[in-house]
Ligand binder design. Sequence first.
Ligand code: CMP
Length: 138
Amino acid sequence: ATNRTFTMIKPDAVANGHIGAILDHIIKGGFKIVAMKYTSLTPEKAGEFYSVHKERPFYGDLVKFMSSGPIVAAILEKDNAVEDFRKLIGATDPSKAEAGTIRQLFAKSIDANAVHGSDSDENAQIEGSFYFSAFEQF
Ligand code: CMP
């Protein structure tokens, strides 16, 4: 396993003023930020990023939502990064997320669920390099 994962602070959490609080949780959770940018996705870019979900019924709404406003994209480093980060953020559906997790604290719905976390080492690598060149990773 690699020790890196990829995250986005999604448009809902940015719009609701939670960037600082979420980064604080991430850092206090033992993750080191090795790359970060404040940016946004066009619908085309969002469609490409989430192309693994192309056949899913929620794909259209997902692409629309993820291109609706600015996001924060980051690569995070920690031992066991992918799994530990998924524990820190909680279940995809915030109503099922454990107390104290980022989604339980800051997310409103399964679509507007505050943060993304890679689901495997392979996807962490793919998703990180979608946003960051080697020179932007410290
Ligand atoms: P994320 O982990 O960023 O990747 C896919 C997103 O699709 C997911 O977060 C949710 O916000 C959204 N989504 C909406 N409905 C579903 C669903 N039924 N299952 C999984 N993801 C969903």
